[in-house]
Unconditional design. Structure first.
Length: 444
């Protein structure tokens, strides 16, 4: 049974990786893989055990998916009401270096509140209106990808993998931010610094551009747009606080924020009786445009990994690494490098299945408490995994949702990114790990 399950996973994942070549959406492949793997598991095992494991894993998976649906909807509500205009309208500089640093900084902190993919879309769409030369946009896009992935890694709501680790209790809000913000800053700052020297050596200080003209959606005024933006952003920021104060799962908080935004926008639109209903961006209308293929892809891939966990494959892999590697920096660093090639979501899910959170009681009974300390809540391994899986995706353009989106929007060539950005991203990645190494010596 186990060899067949591994074969199904490998073949399915290969089809996901070759999505554009075989012309089959990765969500469809993930769902087929999910169904076949659990069917094989059920055929060769006790039906009662399979049902129990299925319900248990489906429950934890759906918690993540519900949170993502809520977060994606809130971001879409902000976007459809022109909320990001508040940020972009103030960017008026014509200096390349100033713009490069400004966009990198905005991207870094914006992706911590929103998500790295949405932030990348906003920044690149703005670049199109400011910079005419495609090659300049490619260079800026490379820095945006790095800054988006680095910015999403230190926030509990900045990346899908970070959300997964945070929701399952592997990391909590304050330790995650306090330990990772400096390594993430370094991983974004180092490539930015090198790129700045390139611009200085080329002598190109200014770029030719047209004035940035951004218009609010029809029927949405500046006051309404600002209100939606601040309610949405403050709501997203309040979710970790809500979890800490109430102890409730994060998806409860995100749904509460979504409900509040829904009520607020409905009240405003009811007062705008002079506007046609067809141009009102009500939440019920925004919900129809949620990226459900992505949600279903996460469902399929996470449940496929859960099947491997249920049959003991991930546990065996963890035992092998414990006996032959037995060093958390090496394990997490390899995961980060792999995340530049394959999707980081199943990699992190696999690691979570391989290494359960070690309780204080289990730690005292362990034969190697120093090593096992890394796998307690907020342990070194989980912080390393959060950083490496998020930042490592920048090394190749196909390694993250931000990179794939930028590749599609700007038609960035894979080989060009490999030649001009990969080394910068890798150096930043290693520099951040070095900072984490120093932190581990000081605080762990």
């Amino acid at each position: 049974m186990i060899p067949l399950l591994i074969l199904l996973f490998v073949v399915g994942y290969a089809c996901i990786a070759m999505e554009h070549r075989i012309k089959i959406d990765k969500a469809a492949t993930a769902l087929v893989m999910f169904g076949f793997m659990w069917a094989v598991y059920a055929f060769f095992s006790s039906g009662e055990d399979v049902g129990t494991n299925l319900i248990e894993h489906l429950g934890s998976t759906c918690e993540t998916l519900i949170f993502l649906i809520g977060a994606m909807t809130i971001v879409d509500i902000i976007d459809t009401h022109g909320g990001f205009y508040i940020i972009t309208k103030h960017i008026t500089t014509r200096k390349k270096l100033i713009l490069l640093w400004l966009l990198a900084g905005i991207t870094f902190f914006m992706s911590a509140v929103l998500d790295n993919m949405t932030t990348t879309i906003v920044m690149i769409m703005m670049l199109r209106k400011m910079i005419a030369k495609p090659l300049d946009r490619w260079i800026f896009s490379g820095i945006i990808i790095i800054a988006a992935n680095s910015g999403g890694a230190w926030s509990p709501i900045g990346d899908v993998t970070t959300i997964m680790l945070w929701m399952r209790g592997n990391v909590t809000t304050l330790p995650l931010i306090s330990y990772l913000i400096l390594p993430c800053l370094v991983s974004a700052f180092v490539p930015l610094l090198v790129m700045s020297f390139r611009y200085r050596s080329n002598g190109g200080e200014e770029f030719a551009s047209q004035p940035l003209e951004l218009r609010l959606p029809q029927g949405v005024g500046h006051r309404f747009s600002r209100g939606v933006f601040f309610v949405g952003v403050l709501g997203l920021l309040s979710v970790p606080i809500f979890k800490t104060l109430t102890g409730l799962p994060p998806y409860v908080g995100i749904m509460l924020v979504l409900g509040i935004m829904w009520v607020v926008t409905e009240i405003v639109y009811e007062r705008k009786r002079n506007i046609e209903d067809s141009i009102k961006n009500r939440v019920s209308k925004v919900l129809k445009h949620i990226d459900m293929p992505t949600i279903l892809f996460f469902l399929g891939i996470l449940m496929s990994v859960a099947c491997l966990q249920s049959v003991g494959v991930l546990g065996s892999a963890a035992d092998f690494l414990d006996k032959n590697v037995h060093e958390v920096f090496s394990i997490a660093s390899v995961v980060g490098l792999l995340s530049s090639v394959v999707d980081n979501v199943p990699l992190v899910a696999a690691c979570m299945g391989m290494y359960p959170i070690v309780s204080p009681d289990a730690l005292t009974l362990s034969s190697d408490p120093i090593y096992m300390q890394a796998f307690t809540q907020n342990g070194l391994f989980w912080l390393l995994l959060t950083y490496c899986a998020g930042v490592g995706g920048s090394i190749l353009i196909i390694g993250s949702a931000a990179g794939v989106v930028a590749m599609g929007l700007e038609k960035i060539n894979f080989a060009w990114y490999l030649k001009n950005v990969t080394l910068l991203a890798f150096v930043g990645y290693v520099a951040g790990i070095a900072v984490l190494c120093v932190e581990s010596l000081l605080f762990f």
